[in-house]
Design a protein around this ligand. Structure first.
Ligand SMILES: C[S@@+](CC[C@H](N)C(=O)[O-])C[C@H]1O[C@@H](n2cnc3c(N)ncnc32)[C@H](O)[C@@H]1O
Length: 266
């Protein structure tokens, strides 16, 4: 399996922590709702893949209580301080960390598989480690869903160029920028039953939390965007202005959240 470098690997500690905290503030409510509807409850064995700054890991730990256990995996655990006592923190690549078959009641990953070209193999590894009757919740982006709706001509042009660059950056690393859209089919291929699919494509004003999070992501990645030759340094400046302009509106990307169950009795 390839060890593709995670695009934010070399971002400074504070900038990356701020970005991860902003992702958590925006998306944790929907994730918590999905995990509860996937049957999260006390005493469960759970796997949190790509725990990031750890808010969902900590929330699962409190929901399952002291009789439950969370295994949290990330290639970079630098943002997680002291995990709660019922968390086992594993620093490593989800492609290679040893996971026993049939060992988890619930598995969750958000915005992680999109960074791994061999996401299908990872899904199979996760599926194998799920107990019969267990559930899996995967939330991944579809970066191809971008659309500028309102804003200055320069802003809308920069938005289009930057988002084409984002798609190109991922494609050139062998990553599918529209992975979220494939999840329902991938779940079907795994043999998941009762699959629930949600497609969130919010329309965000400049200055909103999503626009600000995308601005924060564009700062460490700007050289990578320019290297695609889809965007110029001027586009970076115009995009920053677009994300801050309260008169702009855009779909930055969609998040597809999918829940599936493994045949059998929990
Ligand atoms: C965009 S962040 C999302 C963090 C968290 N899941 C969230 O949504 O708040 C992606 C996370 O996946 C981790 N990651 C990327 N590739 C990974 C891999 N191959 N194995 C384990 N973790 C990985 C990164 O270190 C990072 O913490």
């Amino acid at each position: 399996m390839s060890q593709t470098e995670y695009v934010f690997q070399n971002t400074s500690f504070q900038a990356e922590l701020n970005r991860l905290r902003s992702i958590e503030a925006i998306f944790d409510p929907a994730t918590r709702r999905r995990l509860l509807s996937a049957g999260l409850k006390r005493g469960m064995r759970c796997l949190e893949v790509g725990a990031g700054a750890g808010s969902i890991m900590a929330w699962i730990a409190s929901e399952i209580g002291p009789s439950g256990r969370v295994t949290a995996v990330d290639i970079n655990t630098r943002f997680i301080g002291n995990p709660p006592p019922n968390v086992q923190l594993l620093s490593g690549d989800i492609q290679t960390v040893p996971l026993k078959p049939d060992s988890f009641n619930l598995i969750h990953a958000r915005y992680v598989l999109v960074h791994i070209p061999e996401y299908q193999t990872v899904l199979q590894i996760l599926w194998r480690s799920l107990k019969p009757g267990g559930s899996i919740v995967i939330e991944e982006p579809d970066f191809s869903a971008f659309r500028a709706i309102e804003g200055s001509d320069a802003g809308k042009r920069a938005f289009k160029n930057i988002h084409q660059a984002i798609n190109q950056m991922y494609s050139s690393k062998g990553i599918d920028p529209a992975l979220g859209m494939k999840l329902p089919i991938l779940f079907q291929e795994l043999g998941a039953k009762e699959v629930v699919v949600e497609n969130d494509a919010p329309i965000s004003r400049g200055g909103s939390d999503i626009a600000e999070m995308m601005r924060m992501s564009s700062i460490p990645l700007k050289e990578k965007y320019i290297a695609t030759e889809k965007a110029t340094p001027a586009d970076i400046d115009d995009y920053e202005a677009f994300t801050a302009d309260p008169d702009s509106a855009a779909i930055y990307y969609a998040t597809i959240g999918v829940i599936g169950w493994k045949e059998g009795v929990a």
